[in-house]
Design a protein around this ligand. Structure first.
Ligand code: G3H
Ligand code: 13P
Ligand code: ZN
Length: 323
């Protein structure tokens, strides 16, 4: 057993308490490699923001579990070296079973999500309760989910979303003992969230559902998945440099800002980072076809990613200067 405190990490409990009270959201950025981690920590230290380093099942497979532990420990030390010891959570994104959550808890994660959203309500309660009972023995925090987001959730793919039913949240939180709850109010995973024609606005998030949830579990930490905005300037850059991403669309940033001011205290962003890296790499490959040193295309990708994260922290989530 490697406890997360040995790696210098924290769980999400106090961060969420402060975020709900302060009307902002903690960034949950996915990472799979060194450059993404460097960009996240660089942006968060510069803006003095707490951060959730988020790892999917696919990322665990890609990056290797042992390397991940040391990358997380490295992130803590790297932040100090950059001049500011920000609180860092290592979180399992979309945990698909009790066993996956247990294995992460035993190898240094400080927070896990058990995603039972595709199960029946009773099965979701059962597996979430099981994870909470195990996790809380080690002071690891647990995120559950009610309602289904459209798009790909790790290996769980849902064609249609179903909004969270506010009448279920109180019972779910009470029966499971979760520390935070992901809800479905119209966001979805990936870079093609809505079928909109160029120039059209996507449908607004269901703030009525969020308000109803807040009424039933006041002050309880709420999580938004699928919160990339798919910046159109970055999509245009990808297409300009040989990419082909037609009709990519995301959640407008002003809506996320509004959500962050409420009980939403964790906002998950992955796809926007993928887009930023892709645009930067494509640009190098087109402008310098002779380039073959990975540092000379991963470096610009890392720089663009860092700028994107800074923008999110300062202008969307409001988590700058909170540590
Ligand atoms: O919600 C899914 C995240 O964007 C992670 O994606 O499973 O491709 O690593 P992934
Ligand atoms: P996006 O695909 O909108 O970035 O969502 C990421 C996410 O929810 C990770 O869990
Ligand atoms: Zn997600």
């Amino acid at each position: 057993m490697l406890h997360y405190k040995e790696l210098g990490l924290v769980n999400s409990r106090d961060l969420f308490k402060a975020a709900v009270k302060g009307g902002y959201a903690i960034p949950a950025f996915n990472f799979n490699n060194l450059e993404q981690m460097q960009a996240i920590i660089g942006a968060c230290v510069e803006t003095k923001s707490p951060v959730i380093l988020q790892v999917s099942k696919g990322a665990r497979k890609y990056a290797n579990q042992t390397l991940l532990q040391y990358l997380a420990k490295g992130a803590v030390e790297y932040a100090k070296e950059l001049g500011y010891a920000i609180p860092i959570v290592l979180h399992l994104d979309h945990g698909d079973s009790f066993e996956t959550c247990k294995s992460c808890i035993e190898t240094g994660f400080s927070s896990v999500m058990i995603d039972g959203s595709h199960l029946s309500y009773d099965e979701n309660v059962k597996v979430t309760r099981q994870v909470v009972e195990f996790a809380h023995q080690f002071d690891v925090t647990v995120e559950g989910e009610l309602g289904v987001l459209a798009g790909i959730e790790d290996e769980v793919s849902a064609e249609h979303s179903s909004y969270t039913r506010p009448e279920e949240v109180e019972d779910f939180v009470k029966k499971t003992g979760v520390d935070s709850l992901a809800i479905s109010i119209g966001t979805s995973h990936g870079a093609f969230k809505f079928k909109v024609k160029p120039g059209e606005l996507p449908p607004p998030l269901r703030f009525d559902i969020l308000e109803e949830v807040e009424k039933r579990i006041p002050g309880f930490p709420i999580v938004l998945h699928g919160a990339s905005s798919v910046p159109q300037d970055i999509v245009a850059e990808i297409n300009q440099y040989g990419g082909k991403m037609e009709n990519a669309a995301g959640v407008p940033e002003d809506q996320l800002r509004k959500a962050a001011a409420s009980a939403v205290c964790k906002i998950n962003i992955d796809s926007d980072g993928r887009l930023a890296m892709t645009a930067a790499i494509r640009k190098v490959f087109i402008e310098k076809p002779g380039e073959f040193d990975p540092r000379n295309y991963l470096g610009p990708a890392r720089d663009k990613l860092r700028e994107l994260y800074k923008h999110k922290i300062i202008n969307v989530l409001g988590s700058a200067n909170r540590v």
